[in-house]
Design a protein around this ligand. Structure first.
Ligand code: ATP
Ligand code: MG
Length: 368
């Protein structure tokens, strides 16, 4: 729960006072220290904020379903909305549950029952149950939740939060008003990022800021975590944070390295390209999933025939999916190189094919 002096919030537009000053939030990670305290502190999502504002003011809050990628402000929005609705009574009027909790729906049901059942102590307004990570609930749990929502609608509103809305059953979706939280654009992040840099007196160059925005992928949490880690690692030794330090902190390959890998994949034979990519992973500790994402952007930026772009992007997405499911980097390196070689030989430079070799003819050996 946030512990911040309301007057200091107003003066600083939601940002707390300077680093080094005595502040109860100084020990917090920056993502928490700079969590928006009021709806107005949120960057982007103006339409969502304005609708919520109106619903709260007219006392007509429906059940809510917030969905969208990580670090876009879903949890912050509902917390700020609850503070607006309840003010100092906030703690007693909101129940925050992690819906993916392994203890199951029975415990959740009991907690909700106990929470919603104490309404007589507080005469005004509906209470709020926040179910975070609702997409991790089993179908059975979601089915049970349908009844729970209906049963307690009279004095309780539910806000479900998730990353993947298609994992929420249609029956639950139809009980809620849905809001999608899109990834934040660099131009939406930059002002808040600059204010935090000033407040925390971070010594960072403009290209450092730019690389933070590039690496963010629209996730503000990632931006703040990276900024804080880079500050801890480099500013303490009075070193300025530049793009290089940001990429090092993130463990990500710099655009120059990606360019080199891309060129290698587009020109070398399989063995050379394979060892080049493997060396990048083992020697410099890059994660293949990051490299695959950057390579996908490079492919999209290059003007290949449409068919080549489609095949490459589709193969790279499959590889990213397999990596996300825990497949080993070393195995998928072969798949990345293979994807480039096949598309190159088939569609980009068909004349590159070695004599007598036709990729279409290379079939796996027949099963014994
Ligand atoms: N729209 C935003 N405006 C300002 N700060 C933001 C915004 N979105 C995220 N942040 C920053 O990122 C942190 C994480 O945000 P939050 O917890 O709201 O993300 P989330 O969308 O709930 O992510 P997840 O899906 O991972 O739970 C916040 O503490 C805040 O510092
Ligand atoms: Mg959240």
């Amino acid at each position: 729960m946030d512990i911040v002096d309301e007057s200091s919030l107003k003066e600083s537009g939601g940002l707390t006072s300077k680093a080094g000053s005595r502040n109860t939030e100084d020990h917090l990670p920056w993502v928490e220290k700079y969590r928006p305290k009021e709806l107005g502190d949120l960057v982007a999502h103006e339409a969502i904020v304005s609708i919520l504002d109106k619903l709260i003011e007219s006392n007509k809050l429906p059940h809510l379903l917030f969905h969208g990628p990580p670090g876009t402000g879903k949890t912050s929005t509902i917390k700020a909305a609850a503070k607006k609705m309840y003010g100092p009574k906030y703690a007693s009027m909101i129940l925050e549950l992690n819906a993916s909790d392994a203890r199951g729906i029975d415990v959740v049901r009991d907690q909700i029952k106990e929470f919603a059942g104490t309404r007589k102590l507080f005469s005004t307004g509906v209470k709020l149950v926040v179910l975070d990570e609702a997409d991790n609930m089993t179908n059975d749990a979601q089915a049970a939740l349908r009844r729970i929502i209906e049963k307690y609608t009279e004095n309780t509103r539910f806000c479900m939060i998730c990353n993947y809305v298609n994992k929420i059953t249609p029956a639950l979706q139809s009980r809620c008003t849905k809001f999608r939280f899109a990834p934040l654009k660099p131009e939406q992040i930059i002002d808040r990022l600059n204010s935090i840099v000033t407040q925390e007196q971070v010594n960072i160059s403009p290209d450092g800021i730019e690389s933070l925005l590039e690496l963010s992928g629209g996730d503000m949490r990632r931006v703040l975590n990276l900024l804080q880690s880079a500050t801890m690692s480099y500013n303490r030794s009075n070193q300025q944070i530049t793009a290089n330090e940001v990429y090092l902190t993130a463990g990500a390959a710099t655009p120059q390295v990606i360019d080199k890998l891309y060129l290698g994949l587009m020109t070398n034979d399989f063995t050379t390209a394979h060892s080049m990519l493997l060396e990048g992973l083992t020697q410099y500790g890059y994660a293949l999933v990051d490299i695959v994402q950057s390579l996908s952007w490079k492919v999209l930026e290059t003007s290949f025939p449409d068919e080549a772009t489609s095949i490459l992007i589709s193969k790279l997405s499959d590889i990213e999916y397999r990596l996300s499911k825990g497949c080993r980097d070393s195995i998928q390196v072969g798949a990345v190189v293979g994807a480039f070689i096949i598309v190159r030989h088939k569609l980009i430079h068909p004349d590159e094919k070695e004599d007598g070799m036709n990729v279409e003819e290379v079939k796996p050996p027949a099963a014994p």
